[in-house]
Design a protein around this ligand. Structure first.
Ligand code: ATP
Ligand code: MG
Length: 203
């Protein structure tokens, strides 16, 4: 990497800024960052929230773990180093889309606290809303929507979060969703209300 880095870069600003885009869209750019075990319900809740926002006439874009690994991050695996790079790239994309004025819903296991904190730090205050999608390992494993826990227990997948790779829960998330007791609709509504009350749904 070092040899391709340039020290001769200067940011070139245009004549239009984020405030102009937000006025155009009638909303504020923000990233909803959903973190939690595989099977906790991140994608399920993200899809419901996305629909609620679109129905309210808000422009929203979903960034989802598997989808990004099929494209932008297809050269990355699940080693600690690759997981960190996965989240760094996605964080940069979320930051750009947030600057574009979009409501971004990012749903990634994002198991390492320092990686999530790095995205938060890069995005700045108010732009990054961490949502801990909380579920017990036992319940996530019972759901096993993709059959991945089964494979991990059988040793067909290694370094699987919660089984043989750690999950570090957020220490101060803006929102905690308890998906063992709240329905997916209730969880999505809670995030929607947070955005509404926080003034994100108007410019
Ligand atoms: N209360 C609940 N909230 C959310 N999901 C629930 C709930 N009860 C059952 N489920 C089911 O749990 C599964 C959650 O799967 P989902 O793909 O959303 O998880 P995920 O967190 O995105 O996992 P991954 O990290 O592997 O992408 C779905 O099949 C969903 O229907
Ligand atoms: Mg998912």
């Amino acid at each position: 990497m070092g040899s391709t880095h340039s020290n001769n870069l200067t940011r070139h600003d245009g004549h239009v800024d984020r405030a102009d885009r937000q006025r155009l869209l009638g909303q504020k750019g923000v990233t909803i960052w959903m973190t939690g075990l595989s099977g906790s319900g991140k994608s399920t809740i993200a899809c419901l929230l996305e629909k609620m926002l679109i129905e309210r006439g808000r422009l929203v874009y979903r960034l989802d773990g598997d989808n990004l690994r099929l494209g932008l991050n297809k050269n990355l695996g699940f080693s600690a180093e690759d997981r960190t790079e996965n989240i760094r790239r996605v964080g940069e994309v979320a930051k750009l889309f947030t600057d574009a004025g979009l409501i971004v819903i990012a749903s990634f296991i994002s198991p390492y606290r320092r990686d999530r904190d790095a995205v938060r730090a890069a995005m700045g205050g108010g732009d990054f809303i961490e949502v801990f999608v909380n579920v017990s390992l036992a319940e996530a494993e019972k759901r096993d929507p993709k059959g991945l826990y089964k494979k991990a227990r059988a040793g067909q997948i290694t370094a699987f979060t919660g089984v043989d790779d750690p999950y570090e829960p957020p220490e101060k998330p803006e929102i905690v969703l308890d998906t063992e007791h709240a329905s997916p609709d209730q969880s999505a509504s809670r995030v929607f209300d947070f955005l509404d009350r926080g003034g994100y749904l108007r410019s």
